[in-house]
Write a protein that binds this ligand. Structure first.
Ligand SMILES: *Cc1c(COP(=O)(O)O)cnc(C)c1O
Length: 376
């Protein structure tokens, strides 16, 4: 068996190569490289797909999150609730706008925000007379967080719900797409995300006209008319080449989600014999994942990872060290034991190879190798 990469970006490129190269050439020849027709077309298409009024193309998922927070202009030094079990970008943007992250725990079955920990954290801060301004709910690994329940609580308490859908573009609860539950949402088109380009890009979605307008201004240095600046902005644009690539990739997006789903189902069906050595993720009823990563919990995780690597199978660990225990957040005074589920997951999670064009033969080789490891 040939080596099995964790995510085979080259194989994915080969599938769409002809079409993508043609579109890139057209952008090169058009003379328009920023703020042009490709970006406008992409924004309209994706807003429509999500079922939301406004989309603003930006330079990355991180910048999308930052621009939402910046545009909301929340009171300085207030708190933003955020899961500890996520990519660092979700929390780093909070600090960047002068707010304070407050880490909450997740559920072990879905890896997403625990409603209990979320509500408890809010009450705990309130008791200490600390103001909570927002929560950033992450739909991790493609699976929607409990967005309906989180939204309800936010409405009761008068705090903003911001969605980080960087790993979950295309996912939905019932017929409602993630990215449409909060005041605004941020997605990423980083190469390994479900809808991806060959570099950095992202998008902000919102149903609020003024918020969309402000994000658009902020990503152009805060400029409201030529060389007239109202806000402290950034250079946060998407470019025409990435937009053109994404327009091609989007044509095949739903098909790719279906391919990912079939792969995950094959893994799930075969790995269930390995319980309790291996624990499988849960997909709540009516929650439709975009399957960006397939993450199991494994006994002797690091040994299993090394064993699979010796067989040419590359895996990933998302995330090995929870954010609340990272040196950069030590001033927030979280300690070991504060978020027990997050801390346990960090020791157990293993993401298996997953990309739309993984073959059945490759999947079965991964499954067989995991079985071989636990037989010893
Ligand atoms: C990838 C990712 C981001 C950041 O997106 P970039 O485009 O890499 O800046 C933010 N949050 C989560 C959960 C992510 O997975």
């Amino acid at each position: 068996m040939e080596k099995i990469p964790f995510i085979d970006l080259k194989r994915n490129y080969e599938v769409y190569k002809k079409e993508i190269e043609k579109e890139i050439l057209e952008v090169f020849r058009s003379g328009i490289y920023l703020n042009g027709p490709q970006t406008q077309k992409l924004e309209n298409l994706l807003a429509n797909y999500l079922g939301i009024s406004y989309a603003v193309g930006v330079s990355s998922g991180t910048e999308a999150l930052f621009l939402i927070l910046k545009a909301l202009d929340l009171p300085k030094n207030t708190y933003v609730l955020v899961p500890s079990f996520t990519f660092v970008a979700t929390a780093e943007v909070i600090v960047r706008v002068g707010l304070i992250p407050y880490f909450v725990d997740v559920e072990e079955g879905t890896y997403n925000i625990s409603l209990e920990s979320f509500k408890e954290s809010y009450e705990k801060l309130k008791k200490k007379r600390k103001k909570v301004s927002a929560v950033i709910a992450v739909s991790l690994f493609g699976l929607p967080a409990h967005l309906k329940e989180i939204k309800k609580f936010c409405e009761e308490k008068g705090i903003y719900l911001i969605e980080d859908i960087c790993q979950a573009f295309g996912a939905k609860i019932g017929n409602k797409k993630v990215g449409t539950f909060g005041i605004a949402s941020a997605t990423s088109f980083y190469p390994t995300k479900p809808l991806s380009t060959f570099g950095d890009a992202g998008m902000v979605f919102t149903s609020h006209k003024n918020l969309a307008k402000k994000v658009r201004i902020l990503k152009e240095h805060g400029q409201i008319k030529p060389y007239f600046y109202k806000y402290h902005g950034v250079n946060g644009r998407i470019d025409e080449i990435h937009s053109a690539i994404l327009l091609v990739k989007f044509k095949y997006f739903e098909k790719e989600i279906a391919l990912r789903k079939a792969i995950v189902e094959r893994y799930m069906g075969n790995l269930k014999d390995l319980v309790p050595y291996v624990k499988l993720p849960q997909f709540p009823k009516n929650y439709f994942s975009s399957y960006s990563l397939f993450t199991i919990r494994a006994k002797n995780r690091d040994k299993l990872k090394a064993f699979l690597e010796s067989k040419g199978i590359m895996t990933g660990v998302y995330y090995r060290k929870p954010l609340h225990l990272q040196p950069v957040y030590k001033d927030l005074n979280f300690k070991n034991g504060d978020l027990p589920i997050t801390e346990r997951l960090a020791k157990e999670v293993l993401s298996l190879p997953l990309h739309p064009y993984l073959t059945e033969k490759e999947i079965d080789y991964v499954i067989l190798s995991i079985k071989e490891f636990y037989k010893k």
